[in-house]
Design a protein around this ligand. Structure first.
Ligand code: ADP
Ligand code: ZN
Length: 623
């Protein structure tokens, strides 16, 4: 299909496609620039955060240029959803993968040859088969889009060997523009994409990585599952979310615990049978309000727009991974939360894993730096968003007013003396004990262990009675997180001094500690009511309406679910929450008025318009 020869040269054809097919009124960020560049035959590398709107950057040029746009996407399981969503918008899309019969593949190819296809989705391994390459060579091609392009990076967490083979596209199809897209922000990954996909001539588009609608929060661990449950119940009751855990066992336990406590949670990890995994993913997409508890194996390529929270019960692998994972919340631009629980045990575990690994020194150093960046994020007393954005080389304001440290500023205290006492205690007790024992010594507890090792006779016994045991635990955690103490390799959590301890002991550098807020579940309960009003006040919107408060909203959602079931697509493919919300606000009375609503293109207007208008009318009568 081509819009290039429009009868009204004054209007922008890209804009026309945006309005007609997608029902959106304007481009976001540099979408317009990318679309124009690729539509006129240029190559592009596009870096945009998750939810930034990468898909339109290749979908619209495919519609504008003659021929079919080939989209390379790593996950077969999700192609069907993407194609389903495009068809809802009246776009002629198809996929070719191993789930289709030879006959079905042939039909798709025939459609493409006849010019009756705008977009064709394929997995890289399929595309690289000689037969596929020959087939593609016989078609008029609009472009190649390489989605999730960071999968070429061998250092990254999503490496796919098949992606390396995609370099041959440059040789085999020199005249076809290529666009590579990713949400992974760091410079090394970007360079790898350019190198490995032979995109040296491509124009680079790098957007800001801020996701202003996501509220970042780090909570100290104190019964993390209970904390998670409180968080969900007070702030995201009935909403869809993702909970990340480090291991399969923790995933299973956490999911079972949440289910026992009345929440709709499902586990997802690489150890489950593929059929179970598929079913759980499908329920997450097709039903509303499902919580997926997962290892990092879950999430890439999932473009469910209404995930309201992403929680981490264990520390993620790196700040990059954290940003990518939390980015799966709030793609629709509505308020969403990133929630992380963190404690001393995480720091000890991760430091030990790296120190005791068999990997090369160089690799260990990289891992250690990554961990330090992550701990810096957890322990920061300034704006979290700023820490995140700075890590990716992005500019950021002093404060964002949408993270826990901005909303509830952290008090700090001069911790030099306490740090010196703590480090001396480590030294005097022989540099092999963990924080629990050291706190007993400092606070002068004559425990069995203290007596067994004769630590009641050391000079540091009982010198720390000015602080509570909780405060001392916080001191040790912050010393380890800050690198002033090292963790032993055997895994008993024993602490010893290192290079960085010396200037502290000599009083050569200032030490500032954060005052940890009180975290007990009891206190949380007390604050529950207060918190709710607080949250509403702070949030830019009062969305979604509380259950039972808005009939039209609920009627529209019921209609959406019904339509989705009939067509076997996820509800958000019919209409996004943002669209339903706009309908509730505008109460359109005519098709013309409905057509103005965000997310209502020509195809949806035709298919669902009357039904929506009837609901609005019935509701108006009821009022
Ligand atoms: P990404 O692939 O970058 O994570 P998507 O392409 O899935 O993001 O887009 C995220 C959401 O934003 C989608 O729901 C999409 O429909 C919506 N969106 C994209 N571009 C626009 C736009 N110009 N105006 C309004 N909504 C948009
Ligand atoms: Zn902030």
């Amino acid at each position: 299909m081509t819009f290039l020869s429009t009868s009204q040269p004054a209007t922008d054809p890209a804009m026309e496609v945006l309005r007609r097919y997608f029902g959106y009124e304007s481009f976001r960020g540099f979408q317009r620039e990318v679309i124009h560049h690729v539509a006129s035959g240029g190559d592009a590398v596009v870096l945009m955060p998750t939810g930034g709107g990468k898909s339109l950057c290749f979908q619209i040029p495919s519609l504008l240029r003659p021929g079919v746009g080939v989209v390379i996407s790593p996950l077969i399981a999700l192609m069907q959803d993407q194609v389903g969503a495009l068809r809802q918008n009246g776009i002629r899309a198809a996929f070719v993968n191993s789930t289709l019969s030879g006959q079905e593949v042939w039909q798709v190819v025939m459609q493409a040859k006849a010019g009756a296809l705008d977009l064709l989705y394929m997995a890289p391994e399929r595309l690289l088969m000689e037969s596929s390459l020959e087939m593609l060579a016989s078609l008029p091609l609009a472009l190649f889009a390489i989605d999730e392009a960071h999968c070429v990076s061998q250092w990254g967490h999503d490496f796919r060997p098949d992606y390396l083979g995609l370099s041959l596209l440059a040789d085999r199809f020199p005249a076809v523009p290529r666009i590579a897209l990713t949400a992974t922000a760091d410079a090394p990954t970007r360079n790898e994409i350019v190198q490995r996909l032979c995109l040296q001539q491509a124009r680079l588009f790098v957007s800001g990585f801020d996701r202003p609608n996501i509220r970042y929060r780090v909570t100290l661990k104190d019964n993390p599952r209970q904390q998670l449950k409180n968080f969900i119940e007070t702030e995201h009751s009935g909403a869809a979310g993702i909970v990340y855990c480090l291991s399969r066992a923790r995933v299973e336990e956490t999911a079972a615990w949440l289910v026992n406590h009345g929440l709709k949670a499902l586990p997802y990890h690489a150890g489950l049978e593929s059929e179970t995994r598929r079913r759980h993913q499908e329920r997450f997409l097709f039903e509303e309000g499902i919580i997926i508890v997962a290892t990092i194996a879950f999430g890439m390529g999932i473009d469910k727009p209404d995930v309201r929270f992403v929680a981490h019960l264990d520390l993620p692998k790196s700040l990059e991974a954290y940003y990518q994972e939390t980015g799966r919340a709030g793609r629709d631009g509505l308020a969403a939360d990133a929630f992380l629980t963190y404690g001393m045990e995480d720091v000890v575990l991760l430091r030990r894993l790296i120190e005791s690994s068999e990997a090369e020194e160089r690799f260990k150093r990289i891992e250690m730096r990554k961990l330090e960046a992550l701990l810096g994020y957890c322990e920061t007393t300034s704006c979290r968003r700023r820490v995140l954005l700075n890590a990716f080389g992005d500019e950021a304001a002093e404060r964002c007013d949408n993270c826990d440290t901005c909303l509830d500023p952290v008090q700090t205290w001069d911790g030099l003396i306490a740090a010196q006492k703590a480090l001396s205690c480590v030294y005097r007790t022989g540099q092999r004990f963990g924080a629990v024992h050291l706190v007993d010594v400092l606070t002068g507890k004559e425990t069995e262990r203290v007596l067994k090792f004769g630590h009641q006779r050391t000079s540091t016994f009982g010198i720390g009675q000015d602080l509570s045991m909780g405060q001392w635990r916080s001191v040790f955690r912050q010393l380890v997180a800050g690198g002033y103490l090292s963790v032993d390799m055997e895994g008993h959590g024993g602490l010893h001094l290192n290079e960085q301890s010396r200037p502290v002991l000599k009083g050569e550098i200032p030490i500032l500690f954060r005052h940890d807020p009180i975290q007990s579940s009891q206190r949380h309960k007390e604050r529950k009511v207060a918190r709710k009003t607080e949250t509403n006040r702070e949030r830019p919107t009062d969305f979604p309406p509380a259950p039972g408060t808005n009939h039209l909203w609920e009627a529209l959602r019921t209609m959406r679910l019904q339509l989705a079931k009939e067509q076997n697509v996820p509800p958000y493919v019919i209409f996004h929450d943002t669209t339903l919300r706009a309908i509730v606000a505008a109460m359109p009375a005519t098709l013309e008025a409905l057509a103005q609503i965000h997310g209502v293109g020509a195809s949806k207007l035709k298919n669902y318009g009357q039904q929506v208008l009837q609901l609005v009318a019935a509701n108006r009568a009821e009022r």
